[in-house]
Ligand binder design. Structure first.
Ligand code: GDD
Ligand code: MN
Length: 364
């Protein structure tokens, strides 16, 4: 029996092929004398990141690779990596060399005293920094940090950090209550814990990316807002249902616009206008839900999209029948309560469409 495994380093990757070997070499240097493993969690990157990592792993048994198919998401990748190790302590570090791996041994020491649950690499304590960020990104980051204060009730300077080390049993314990949405895995962990986690921040300077590009785009920014929503109201109205419903409301707008254009503008038959408007709204809702509500299990390619569209159309048709049926029934029972009857019909239809499409259209 060799020495006990002390530390796992989880590395979420998407299109980081050019950084894989360098990162392992840097970890090898930084972690001399320790018993560690590195776990790449790759979302089937088109550039072949997983292959590059496996090539190293064949020679170096400290390196492991989890390749997820048909899934996307930084947070969920980190969670899966953290739950896949036998090491008592786990670190998360970006795969693009922007975080400072030389801090890892010091972070490990800080966790050993038993008084600390999480050690956080921080850009916003003295000695740390954001490197060569432009003022735009600094402002956005400051705004996001400010917003995080609404859900995070502690004095943490860098809650958005993607570089931290934590006791593995804490993650395993908290994993059922994590939202796993978007980029903010640390914030997710801190806000999921019923008792405040004891943290220490260590300063580091965010390095420049030299290879590949950032995946932090507008959708990720939106996912951040969703994650905050989830922590604040997610118990009352689940976040996916809220998005699905909001998109449904937009679909009504599309329906009315198309109908107005055809029926009023071009003078088509009302029925023709209705049919085209319904198909347009349905298609619009399908693609928007596919891009946003179910981004993490998005359908891709002709086959999946056509199958998905058909199942969505079937489900929504039944939903529409249920909607009208229930509204008519209630209207009969409570004579005159037309608005309330219609609204309840809409709600039942929405829940039906949501429940069935999440299971059948996007449920794989
Ligand atoms: N598995 C997986 N799936 N990995 C992903 C995904 C995904 O969907 N999206 C991004 N990654 C990986 C990248 O390949 C990289 O290794 C790491 O996650 C960070 O992604 P970047 O796209 O480089 O993010 P960033 O540099 O803009 O943001 C980083 O710094 C922020 C601090 O402002 C991240 O660490 C953020 O979490 C952090 O808040
Ligand atoms: Mn990066």
């Amino acid at each position: 029996m060799g020495d006990l495994l002390q530390l796992a380093v989880v590395i979420p990757t998407f299109n980081e092929k050019a950084n894989v070997a360098t990162l392992i070499a840097k970890l090898d240097q930084a972690l001399v004398g320790l018993n560690w493993e590195a776990i790449f969690v790759d979302d089937d990157s088109p550039d072949g990141t997983a292959d590059a990592a496996r090539e190293i792993a064949r020679l170096d048994k400290r390196v492991r690779v989890i390749q997820r198919i048909g899934r996307r998401g930084l947070s969920s990748a980190c969670i899966e990596g953290m739950c896949a190790t036998a090491a008592p302590i786990v670190a998360v570090i970006d795969g693009d060399l922007q975080h400072d791996e030389t801090l890892l041994p010091a972070m490990l020491d800080l966790l050993k005293d038993g008084e600390t649950d999480v050690v956080i690499g921080s850009r916003f304590v003295s000695g740390g920094g954001t490197g060569e960020w432009d003022s735009d990104r600094v402002a956005k980051s400051a705004l996001a940090t400010k917003l995080s204060r609404r859900v995070l009730k502690c004095d943490l300077n860098d809650p958005m950090s993607g570089f931290f080390m934590i006791r593995t049993d804490i993650v395993r314990h908290l994993s059922p209550s994590l939202s796993a949405i978007g980029f903010k895995i640390l914030l997710d962990l801190l806000t999921a814990s019923p008792t405040p986690l004891r943290f220490v921040e260590v300063p580091y300077t965010f390095r420049c990316r030299t290879e590949g590009e950032s995946k932090l785009d507008h959708v990720v920014a939106m996912e951040y807002l969703i994650a905050i929503y989830d922590r604040m109201f997610g118990r009352v109205v689940p976040v996916r249902f809220a998005m699905f419903s909001a998109i449904g409301v937009l679909g009504v707008g599309i329906h009315m616009a198309v109908l107005t254009a055809l029926f009023v503008g071009f003078g088509t038959h009302f029925l023709v206008g209705e049919i085209v408007a319904t198909l347009a709204a349905l298609t619009f809702n399908f693609f928007l839900n596919n891009a946003l509500t179910y981004r993490d299990r998005r359908l891709k390619g002709w086959r999946q999209l056509v199958d998905g569209w058909v199942s969505f159309a079937v489900i929504c048709s039944v939903g529409a029948v249920a909607n009208v049926g229930i509204a008519a029934f209630l209207y009969e029972m409570r004579d005159g309560a037309w608005a309330a009857s219609a609204l309840i019909g809409v709600l039942v239809g929405a829940v039906w469409n949501y429940a069935l499409s999440s299971k059948f259209t996007w449920g794989r």
